[in-house]
Design a protein around this ligand. Structure first.
Ligand code: PLP
Length: 432
């Protein structure tokens, strides 16, 4: 008998798909099509009027993408999800579904650099102001908000600092004001469950752990389905007022026959329609293959990363190791509350020899790949001061948690002894 509430290992393999009703194909096929034959003009009209949720055009929906969306919504415990072309597109759509010119959002400062640029520059140029606050301080989010604040934004495990924010307290404070919390959970899928902490929306770069094999760029927005937009309608006019771009549809009402999915519906029907950042069916197929083993991979990433953190801590030639399991006090407690079953696959450390030592270390690695990515099955390394954060001044780098000798590692699934051996030989050559 099939259980109603299944475990992540099971959902990752089964949610959103059984076998193809026509061919019996067990693996979801790649539906490489732009469009879908309507059976009648009535059916076509119903689809455009959202009375029939069938496919219209692959910028909006696609059967392969749909499997990925359903599977991820089930894994996350959300009501619906919208897959998009990249993690960056996910952040953009996540905000624009709630905010337009003249509105603002409040975000924690500790963000992926691409999200920082999007928030500080591109959204600002579009008239959406992003107010940055200390992600450790719920009262700072409240203090920065006003009647035009449409959302709060956080990352679960932002690198390089790897400090987990007090997610539940921030989500709760936002809910009292009618403000939803959006959480980028890219670095901690399955480990952290932002919707259970009170977040309304999760976003992912599926490019990282979800895909898991470094093959495909993709992104995802998951609507938790537990935020009552209509309770504070003036806070969310884009969901609760007639939308002139869609025959005056009111998204909270249009979604009613489908469930509590007003946010996901507007994200798809308006932002995918107009912005067009659709995920390709081929990438969705690749990402589905990744999801199937995500519950097995995440614990192994964490186990290997913990061994790396302990190894680096034991080395006298390493000045500091950044990993949640090594944190103390309130920061550590927050990590324990939010991250279950491991502290993630990212490890940072500082070499006392500064920039030169950092670059020498990277050049000495043999097993690790030197790439600007995280969350691959392979171990990856980068020296942020000379690459990802090179455009920042030294003071800005310091504020971001990047010292000249800082090295970021994304620990993969190789045997831990081989990972440690590569780190040891690279340290010996770079510092010794
Ligand atoms: N969010 C986080 C936490 C990331 O690390 C990244 C990419 O590194 C992104 C978003 C952007 O994702 P993508 O590269 O898929 O656009």
């Amino acid at each position: 008998m099939v259980r109603k509430t299944q475990h992540p290992e099971t959902l990752a393999l089964h949610a959103g798909w059984r076998a193809d009703p026509v061919t019996g194909s067990v693996v979801p096929p790649i539906h490489q099509t732009t469009s879908y034959q309507f059976e009648s003009s009535q059916q076509a009209a119903d689809r455009f009027a959202l009375k029939d949720v069938g496919m219209i055009y692959s910028r909006l929906t696609n059967p392969t993408v749909d499997v990925f969306e359903q599977r991820m919504a089930a894994l996350e415990g959300g009501a619906a999800s919208v897959a998009v072309a990249s993690g960056q597109a996910a952040a953009t759509v996540a905000v624009q579904t709630l905010a337009e010119a003249g509105d603002n959002i409040v975000s924690g400062t500790d963000l992926y650099g691409g999200t920082w640029n999007l928030f500080a520059h591109t959204l600002k140029n579009m008239g959406i102001e992003v107010r940055f606050v200390d992600p450790a301080d719920p009262s700072a989010f409240e203090a920065a908000s006003d009647e035009r604040t449409r959302a709060w934004y956080l990352e679960t495990l932002p690198n390089p600092k790897l400090i987990v924010p007090p997610m539940a307290a921030i989500a709760k404070a936002g809910r009292t004001l009618g403000i939803p919390l959006i959480v980028d959970n890219t670095a901690a899928p399955l480990l952290a469950r932002p919707l259970e902490q009170g977040a309304a929306i999760t976003v992912y770069s599926a490019t990282k752990y979800i895909g898991g094999h470094g093959t495909s760029i993709g992104g995802l927005i998951i609507d938790g389905g537990q935020f009552d937009w209509a309770q504070t309608p003036s806070r969310h006019p884009l969901l609760t007022q007639p939308d002139p771009s869609y025959h005056g549809a009111v998204w909270t009402e249009a979604a009613r026959p489908l469930g509590p999915v007003a946010y996901a519906l507007r994200a798809r029907a308006v932002l995918l329609r107009d912005g067009g950042a659709a995920l390709s069916p081929f990438n969705a197929f690749q990402l589905i293959q990744g999801v199937e083993t995500l519950p097995l991979r995440m614990p192994r990433h964490c186990e290997n990363a913990l061994k790396v953190a302990q190894f680096l801590k034991s080395r006298s030639d390493v000045a500091r190791v950044i990993y949640p399991a090594l944190q103390e006090g309130e920061t550590r407690q927050r990590a324990e509350v939010v991250l279950k079953g491991g502290f993630g696959g990212l490890v940072g450390f500082e070499l006392p020899g500064g920039r030169d030592a950092g670059q020498r270390f990277i050049d000495a690695l043999e097993l690790f790949y030197h790439v600007a990515n995280i969350g691959d099955a392979r171990s990856l390394a980068i020296h942020p001061a000379s690459t990802t954060h090179a455009q920042l001044s030294e003071a800005e780098q310091k504020a971001a948690g990047v010292s000249p000798g800082y090295v970021r590692l994304s620990i993969g699934l190789e045997h831990p002894e081989d990972i440690l051996a590569d780190l040891a030989q690279a340290l010996d050559r770079a510092v010794g």
